[in-house]
Design a protein around this ligand. Sequence first.
Ligand code: AHZ
Length: 329
Amino acid sequence: MTPPTMLQTAPVETFNVSAKKAQTVKLSTEAVDGQYKFADWEKFHFAPIRESQVARAMGKRYFADLDKYAESDIVVVGGGSAGFSAAYVLAKNRPDLKIAIIEASVSPGGGCWLGGQLFSAMVVRKPGDLFLDDLGLEYEDEGNYVVVKHAALFMSTLMSKVLAFPNVKLFNATAVEDLITRKDDATGQISIAGVVTNWAHLDHDNQSCMDPNTINANVVLSACGHDGKFGATSAKRSKEVFPEEEAKFGGMRGLDMNKAEDAIVKGAREVYPGLVFAGMELAEIDGSNRMGPTFGAMALSGLKAAETALNVYETCKARNEKTYGGLKN
Ligand code: AHZ
């Protein structure tokens, strides 16, 4: 018997379970004699399962995704408000492209679970409300800005829509630790051809060596947030990868809401061939201000970065095909 490959898993030993859907729980009901009863809890039980079925159900899908997205059309690095906004626009407009989101944290969402400090409400300056309208979110209109009652409502809605797209895969607990680069020998031009990944929770201090993994891509859209332990990875790395005169790493400036938000949206662009920046990571490249707790710029910076990525996509694809044969799907 030939051993199963990672993608063709061994047949799972199944229990003899009736496929009939047992009507054991209801999620809405009327009270009878003042008592609500959503199920007969005495008779309640889950359908049986074997532990290996769970392991295989997860494992085979994850390995299939690793296989599928090892060649991605676009990789989004960083699953915060800017990265997810960009991924939303990309996936919505180009269902034909494979989009991988790489997020270092176990919990995606970046800094967008609270509005600011420990306060729940999220302020979005107009015209950022148009992004919220597209998501179907409600807010209070305060004139020049709108307020969503909880930042987590924005992030969870955005994330649920992005993750439901069939052409998107989120790899969380995975960090991008480097960029794949290609030099065109004819022109000497260096371009980005993907990302280098590793488990985010790897203890590099105590592990003698654990080489990384890779994802080839035509375009990398980086939205890693501002500098810090978990931020600005691509900005920092590009400083080393690109010639000094091309590497701009200005460092984020102090808070100025009016200047910062416009700069983050207008600055979203292809900084190096095949590498597009969005969100607060741009402040590290451009030396622009931070805005503090106003989020319209993250959504619209994601939108502009997605627009840029789509507009440069064919050029990047053609360049990659010329320099190293392009993606192998
Ligand atoms: O975990 C990071 C976060 O979720 C992730 N990330 C960073 N480095 C990574 C790496 N590999 C994979 N090497 C990485 N993931 O990137 C995400 C960045 O999200 P964020 O919310 O920090 O940034 P953003 O630009 O989407 O939103 C910024 C929100 C801010 S910061 C700010 C201020 O400081 O004034 N104001 C606003 C609105």
